[in-house]
Write a protein that binds this ligand. Structure first.
Ligand code: DOR
Ligand code: ZN
Length: 346
């Protein structure tokens, strides 16, 4: 008799579904595992208005396999031109659940992001007033700061002053990767939370160089040293409600990753909850997976927990070498290797 794990259906609080043919290639992976997902707005052009978010939401729903009840929770991309009025519209929409802050230049399609936080104070005030969460890509872009220190320095330079100025604003520090972020969020108020990806739970920065340079493990924030991975794993498995699941699954075509200037992003949606189960099992904390994956996120976003269940079993399977991504291909995490847990469907 194999080991089974029966949990409340999880949600993904940070995912990149992209658009067009790429969207059609990836959305089913997320919808098979998660009831809902916070969908990132870093399309080209970015999703900056409620009207654009609602159009994008319709495209996502139209790309879903028939019969899934998956709900995309939309976000707006914050720019220095976002009017405070858009926040009121977002709150009233029932379709937009958060606003994403990208420091300009920090990552994929962030060029329209914010250069100077002071220029968006009016919008942040409206978000605090309307209680719409701000999701932070928490890295400084200062080229003088070492890439491995960019999260820690963001917290010191930007997050601390932001919290002081907008104490009522709900904040999510996305995809945390360092002990510094764990300590900061753990010590913070209830309106500060963090998402944690599965690649940052399972990999440290050595994975970038095993057997030669591996562009499929390049993501932002970049993988960190083992002591940081261990701290992030401890946080995820601790039962602390400040921490919840956000895959940051970010597909790129194989040729764009295996290139002289490879894109940042790891694709994990094909095996997301199975890989989280592996990480929690490694920590001896499988009993904490459900709270991290299915309870803390909706509680923070003030949404109901899902009523449906998800069943996993300890049955190994081999991840394909690649899969179709529009008219290209994508190399998923663990390509050609074994994942220990499987979904039980039907
Ligand atoms: O690795 C990443 N990929 N980090 C991000 O912040 C963006 C994402 C993407 O959109 O490809
Ligand atoms: Zn992301």
């Amino acid at each position: 008799m194999s080991t089974r794990l029966d949990i409340c259906r999880p949600d993904d609080w940070h995912v990149h579904l992209r658009d067009d043919a790429t969207l059609a290639s990836v959305v089913a992976d997320t919808a098979r595992r998660f009831a809902r997902a916070i969908v990132m707005p870093n399309l080209k052009p970015p999703v900056t208005t409620v009207a654009q978010a609602e159009d994008y939401r319709r495209r996502i729903l139209a790309s879903l396999p028939p019969g899934t009840g998956f709900q995309p929770l939309m976000t707006l991309y914050l720019t220095e031109a976002t009017p405070a009025e858009e926040i009121r519209r977002a709150k009233a929409s029932g379709t937009v659940f958060a606003v994403k802050y990208y420091p300009a230049g920090a990552t994929t399609n962030s060029q329209d992001g914010v250069r100077d936080l002071a220029r968006v104070y009016g919008v942040l005030e409206a978000m605090e007033q309307h209680d719409l969460p701000l999701l932070l890509h928490g890295e400084v872009t200062d080229p003088g700061i070492d890439i491995f220190d960019r999260e820690r320095v963001f917290i010191e330079r930007h997050l601390v002053p932001l919290q002081a100025r907008f104490p009522g604003l709900r904040l999510v520090l996305e995809h945390i990767t360092t002990r510094d972020a764990v300590e900061f969020v753990s010590a913070g108020p209830a309106n500060l939370a963090a998402t944690i990806t599965v690649h940052h739970l399972l990999l440290n920065r050595n994975a970038l160089f095993v057997g030669g340079l591996n562009p499929h493990h390049y993501c932002l924030p970049i993988l960190k040293r083992e002591t940081h991975r261990a701290a992030v794993l401890q946080a995820a498995t601790s039962g602390n409600p400040h921490f919840f699941l956000g895959t940051d699954s970010a597909p790129h075509p194989r040729h764009a990753k295996e290139s002289a200037c490879g894109c940042a992003g790891v694709y994990t949606a094909h095996a997301a909850i199975e890989l989280y189960a592996e990480a929690f099992e490694q920590a001896g904390k499988l009993d904490q997976l459900e709270a991290f994956a299915s309870f803390h996120g909706p509680d923070f976003y003030r949404l109901p927990r899902n009523r449906e269940r998800l069943l996993l079993e300890k049955r190994p399977w081999t991840v394909p070498t690649e899969f179709a991504l529009g008219d290209a291909t994508c190399v998923p995490m663990r390509a050609d290797k074994i994942v220990a847990w499987s979904l039980v469907e039907g």
